[in-house]
Design a protein around this ligand. Structure first.
Ligand SMILES: [Zn+2]
Ligand SMILES: [Zn+2]
Length: 323
């Protein structure tokens, strides 16, 4: 079967690989759509903590179970179910976690092998391309859950790409009031239709009010101090996008945390339950979320697609495996 294989950092190849054989508890899915994520582009350009090479990339999948017409999205984790994290319902932090497209082969291929327990049914009216956004939306739910965002809270989102916009959608459904800061005027104009339909405010600067919660939806490290200094006392900064480089944590930010009793929480991935929660939201706001999908490409155009993602100027690209 055709696949997009990351052979080593920087080297992506279209390769024919054998169709995997399902073992006990596993299911073979025919991939219909796989959305490209900034993490895929990052793995290609610089690697990632959980990446094991060579690897078929892709973790935002909608597929059809072989021999049926049942459509599913896939929770990308494979957790042990026994460790303290799994028992505590934080299976995204499982001590033996294997992530689709990171340390087992993902969905940028004609077929993908997944645990049956990771399948989540797609509502009948939800299109395959919009269903792919279940995973990033679930990661947004996880971030807001870690930060204890509640109805009536104000939320500062640093970064107005697809993830920042999905965090804003998740916040809206929780009854909170999000404000997005995005420095790129092109990106702000690209998201205008989405934001207008959902009444989400946005601007180019951070000089605005004070917030209950702030979350970084981009990897620029100045977002840390920017977010922390915009929090109300006892507010919470959610560290959502990982940073690269070796810059030390600014002392000014540490003192803000100390004197104003701020909380800092991390968020990584999502649980199966959070993914299941995101599907009805995508179903309800399907028209809006489809505005985030800027390009649909073929599998053979993946490298070009990832370059566009890396340049940071595109909202969402979806690979159509049926094209
Ligand atoms: Zn992703
Ligand atoms: Zn576990």
């Amino acid at each position: 079967m055709r696949s997009v294989l990351l052979k080593e950092i920087g080297l992506l190849a279209m390769e024919d690989i054998p169709v995997p054989e399902p073992g006990p508890g596993q299911v073979l899915l025919r991939v219909s759509r796989c959305a490209l994520c900034r993490t895929d582009a990052k793995m290609w350009s610089q690697g990632q903590r959980d990446l094991i090479l060579p690897r078929v990339l892709g973790h935002e999948i909608c597929g059809i179970r072989e021999g049926t017409d049942e459509r599913f999205v896939v929770w990308p984790g494979e957790a042990c179910g026994r460790c303290v994290q799994c028992v505590g319902r934080a299976e995204n932090l499982c001590e033996e976690m294997k992530i689709l497209g990171f340390n087992r082969d993902g969905g940028l291929a004609e077929k993908v092998l997944v645990p049956e327990s990771s399948l989540i049914s797609v509502p009948a009216a939800l299109a395959d391309d919009a269903a792919c956004l279940a995973e990033p939306l679930a990661c947004a739910f996880n971030a807001l859950e870690q930060a204890n965002l509640s109805a009536g809270h104000t939320l500062l989102i640093l970064g107005g790409g697809a993830v920042g916009l999905l965090i804003a959608l998740a916040a809206k459904t929780a009854g909170a009031c999000p404000f997005i800061v995005e420095i790129s005027p092109e990106k702000l104009s690209k998201s205008e239709a989405f934001r207008n339909r959902l009444d989400i405010r946005a601007g180019a600067s951070c000089d605005y009010g004070s917030f209950d919660v702030a979350v970084n939806a981009c990897s620029a490290d100045d977002t840390l101090l920017a977010g922390i200094s915009r929090l109300k006392s006892s507010g919470c900064f959610c560290f959502f996008s990982g940073f690269t480089g070796e810059k030390p944590f600014p002392v000014k930010a540490l003192n803000e945390i100390h004197y104003r009793q701020l909380r800092v929480v991390g968020a990584y991935g999502c649980t199966r339950a959070q993914m299941a929660r995101s599907l009805p939201v995508l179903d309800e706001f399907q028209k809006e979320v489809r505005l985030l999908i800027e390009q649909e490409i073929r599998l053979g155009e993946t490298a070009q697609g990832l370059s566009t993602v890396l340049a940071g100027e595109v909202l969402k690209i979806v690979v159509n495996m049926e094209a």
